[in-house]
Design a protein around this ligand. Sequence first.
Ligand code: PRP
Ligand code: URA
Length: 208
Amino acid sequence: MQVKVIDHPLVQHKLSLIRDVKTGPKEFRELLEEIAMLMAYELTRDMPLTDTTVETPVAMCKCKMLSGKKLGVVPILRAGLGMVGGFLKLIPAAKVGHMGVYRDPNTLKPVEYYCKLPTDITERDFIVIDPMLATGGSSAATIEVLKQKGAKHIKLMCLVAAPEGVQLINEQHPDVEVYVASVDERLNDHGYIIPGLGDAGDRIFGTK
Ligand code: PRP
Ligand code: URA
């Protein structure tokens, strides 16, 4: 399995809180945003830098600035929306695309219903975000759409994954690096991650 597990103590601590069935929507949203920000910090470690000079109040200073391609972030609706705010706190210049995908509850196959992406796709690197990587169908379909429209460099950032989901992304999109906070045990018969955290969209938005 090709997957990077972000084992930073803050991420792991907050993940334990977010899994707790007693955590309500307000706290769930806050934790998800905080974790997304911490994960984004790790995901962007390889961003290229260029030399620059800055005038401080007392002297000229040789500094570094980000260079290279700009970023696009693509949350998968709905639950991916819960991670956008944290991401944008670190990288406010990123453009945000949206992919609407839901799982058919009977077949567990992804159904696409909305797509709005930046127009300058070929000039950006992309990070697809969704808290849950279960069968992997929703993320794989989103990555496929991005590739068809010209995206070349894509990373996938999820909170909790099932081994099945990681495997699907590895098989269908071997070029895509997968970052998660945890790879859990397995999927149950309804395609839910065990132990997981339940239905992420429902817990963020308080719906059933
Ligand atoms: C959840 C989750 C992922 C998907 C993961 O969304 O947010 O998008 O399931 O499952 P998969 O890896 O098997 O495709 P859901 O379909 O429940 O839609 P929602 O966010 O609108 O509730
Ligand atoms: N989607 C969720 O929100 N949770 C799961 O465990 C699986 C799919």
